[in-house]
Design a protein around this ligand. Structure first.
Ligand code: ADP
Length: 444
């Protein structure tokens, strides 16, 4: 950025110097050539009034005076009415051809006076001519040679070049200072992004930018922290069943098991292995859901049909726990990934069965609330204490760790549910009264 600003300032200065040099030269040259024309006119008037050209010839005294004027860069030519040269202070008159066709002479014969400018073959010099008809019908022409604009430029080029270098050097210093003052507040802001006490932003235009970066920064920190928590939790959660399995295996290895305990030990090993498996499955599931860019099979599906299927699948599990599972629903179509929705409903219903009493109930309902397809999973189970309700959607959070473990819970079910709801832009509402039951509503 610094380099860019420096370069731009450089370019601006360069263009400014070159453009102003060119413009000034042209203006100056225009004024100069006007002055030359005026001078020529005055010379012609003076010479005409001097009476030198009244006679038919010029005496030697006057001739030498006029010749001297040549040294002042003034060429004088005297012509008769037909354009024949009578006198020229530069060349012998007899050597000069007829001048009738020269534009300034032709103009003077026709209108009394005329002027023109002719450039030399090399374009280095320009000759300004002024011709005037005298009273005796002869024509007096004066001329002056000056340098052309291009030759002036070429002569002035080294000076212009030096000026450009000087200006660029000055620009370099100024642009350094300027970029420093412009960028300093931005650099300071970048350095103090996470320092809330230094929230002043010097450029108001940068405030939304700074706010956004700050918010993103905080978000990144927060997610890094939660990832760290998650990793620590995973390690801890996986360790417990593995330690148990390893312990039981050690007992068997050392023949420390009574034959009548064998079945129990085998059950414990299987139970812990199952826990490990379901935990690993849930972790993999969560990490899959975390990948937002993963393709999803979105289609128009009937929420009621999926919910009914889930209830059918879980009926046996409910009966084993002495729970009555019932379903009620009306057709409600949503755009969703069927596999994910099924997973969400199964998780909710399993929780309803798990955290319930004997002879409890789980009700699953699908209906349309104010045009929104809605799923309700309700139970009359143990309920969740008010102060813990906000946390149950966190990964690995369990109200009653022992009970959750005994029932085969991983502490990840509701986190998965929440994730799936987010993917479908659905809202989750949890209502629960301790000892009376829980009602979870998902509004699509
Ligand atoms: P888990 O695998 O332990 O069931 P979840 O994420 O599904 O994990 O739930 C988190 C915790 O929320 C559970 O451990 C339990 O304490 C509580 N919970 C979830 N659903 C219910 C419910 N229907 N009734 C009572 N408590 C529930």
């Amino acid at each position: 950025m610094k380099q860019k600003i420096n370069l731009r300032l450089f370019l601006i200065a360069l263009i400014a110097v070159v453009a102003s040099t060119v413009a000034i030269t042209f203006v100056y040259y225009e004024l100069f050539s006007r002055q030359v024309r005026q001078d020529l006119k005055i010379h012609a008037e003076l010479l005409g009034d001097a009476g030198i050209f009244e006679t038919s010839s010029i005496d030697s005294d006057e001739f030498s005076k006029l010749s001297r004027l040549k040294n002042n860069n003034l060429r004088i030519t005297w012509l008769d009415w037909d354009g024949n040269v009578l006198f020229d202070n530069d060349t012998e008159a007899a050597e000069l051809e007829n001048h009738k066709d020269r534009p300034e002479v032709a103009e003077a014969i026709a209108n009394g006076e005329g002027e023109s400018v002719r450039k030399s073959a090399t374009f280095k010099l320009a000759t300004f001519y002024y011709a005037k008809k005298l009273n005796n019908n002869t024509v007096l022409r004066v001329a002056m040679q000056v340098r052309t604009v291009s030759s002036l430029f070429i002569t002035a080029a080294p000076v212009i070049f030096l000026i450009i270098i000087a200006v660029l050097a000055a620009c370099m210093v100024i642009s350094r200072m300027l970029t420093k003052t412009i960028l300093e507040p931005i650099e300071e802001m970048a350095e103090n992004l996470d320092d809330h006490s230094r929230t002043t932003v010097i450029y108001s235009e940068l405030k939304p930018f700074a706010d956004k970066i700050r918010a993103q920064h905080e978000h990144i920190l927060a997610s890094a922290e939660s990832r760290q928590d998650f990793t620590a939790n995973v390690t801890h959660e996986l360790k417990t069943p593995l330690t148990a399995i390893s312990g039981y295996a050690e007992l068997i290895e050392n023949h420390m098991i009574d034959p009548d305990q064998e079945t129990h030990i085998a059950q414990q090993i299987r139970h812990n292995a199952d826990r490990l498996l379901s935990m690993i499955n849930d972790i993999i599931r969560l990490s899959e859901l975390d990948h937002k860019e993963l393709p999803r099979n979105f289609a128009n599906v009937d929420l009621s049909e999926i919910a009914e299927e889930c209830c059918d699948n879980l009926k046996v599990a409910a009966e084993q726990a002495n729970i009555t599972l019932s379903f009620k629903g009306t057709d409600s179509f949503i755009s969703a990934d069927q596999t994910l929705i099924r997973e969400m409903i199964e998780n909710l219903v399993q929780n309803g069965i798990r955290y319930n009493h004997e002879d409890g109930h789980v009700w699953v309902e699908v209906n349309n609330e104010n045009g929104h397809p809605t799923l309700v999973v309700r139970d009359d189970g143990i309920g969740i204490p008010k102060e813990k309700q906000a946390r149950v959607f966190e990964r690995f959070y369990r109200v009653d760790k022992g009970r959750s473990r005994d029932m085969g819970g991983t502490g990840l079910g509701l986190a998965i549910v929440k994730h799936i709801a987010e993917i479908h832009n659905a809202d989750i509402k949890l209502n629960s009264i301790l000892g009376e039951g829980t009602n979870i509503k998902v509004v699509f």
